[in-house]
Ligand binder design. Sequence first.
Ligand code: URA
Length: 436
Amino acid sequence: MTTARGILARLRDGDRLTEAELFWFAEGLASGEVTDSQAGAFAMAVCTRGLGPEGRVMLTTAMRESGDVLKWDLDGPVLDKHSTGGVGDSVSLLLAPALAACGAYVPMISGRGLGHTGGTLDKLEAIPGYRTQVSVEDLQEIVADIGCAIVGASADIAPADRRLYAVRDVTGTVESIDLITASILSKKLAAGLEALVLDVKVGTGAFMAAPADALALAEALVKTAQGAGCMTSALVTDMNQPLGRTAGNAVEVMEVMEALTGGDPASDLMRVTVALGGEVLALGGLAADAADGEGRIRRALDSGQAAEVFGEMVAELGGPVDFVERWRDRLPAAKVMVDIHPGDAGTVAAIDARALGEAVVQLGGGRLRQEDRVDPAVGLSDIARIGQKVDPKTPLLRIHAASEEAARAVAAAVRNAFTLGSGEVEAPPLIHERIG
Ligand code: URA
């Protein structure tokens, strides 16, 4: 007879678990048959012993199958992208409607901010009325009608992961490549995707600061997703500075709306969006190759088609019907704005992106405890980039805060996040590697 105790003993001894055992355990997590202490022991044993590449695929599939798995009958491919998390990274908001404008269907199940990184759902909730929690039926209907919907995971999507993630959070077992891979992919693949592109971040603002760790995660994610039957590739992209010029919730939505309505096509935010979009359009058969896909995404962004889809998605999910025309009036603004200047003139040589993400959390734009309420209006904007010349009259960034006191509390930390050098400084490469 299969028991949690038996499975845990085999894991403890370094044995490889069978598919039947991992399915039994995932089902037990979802049903409550597996207790919290058994879930904690499982997470710790996986952290220390590892599952191996085949075990990763089996755990991912088992957790995906622990809840609803969406089925589609559409006239285009079902595609998505996932980022491992960064600062000032609002690619999802640009890419989902751009892919839809290119003929794809994008059921983008997204998350909230984690640690110092921003969350797509928190950003969208800065739009008054936007509902991030919808039923699986509503999600399918909106995606079929409009082409994309960005929403949170319902309780019926990968419930085994919901349970295991909460236990990992309090047992020091978040940082396991096996568990991160199964957690991310079980939720993504439950959306019934045909192809997926992953944006694995590396640098000071990423969970994986070291290139070797980011590469290992990218390889595990790609091989596991492919092993679970989804065409997948990954780009390892730079997070040694915020991706965009803003970090926060409403401020990032403002940057997205500027990009969708005629923003700078050469910005790093646009370049990463286009590169990821090109990859997944090619995987999904909507482009001859990644370069052709990039051209299609650029045209969807430049022509205003992506903006139109974004507006339809916002309206369908309860936001203002005139958001694309009136976003400046619709988004909340912070009470206090303070520019932060450097003490000396120089060139921005390095940025501690994690420190900037932590400042956003401290301002109230993220959570210190799960139950904290996020202030959508606070954050950072006009963030200087590596290689940019600054001086005591040219700000490093602008703080958007709820009070003078809150702005003062983060001022030193955000100033110290910038290292100035002299002469010309080259920015790090934006796309480090492609895996797949
Ligand atoms: N995001 C997830 O969904 N799961 C993890 O384990 C880490 C990041």
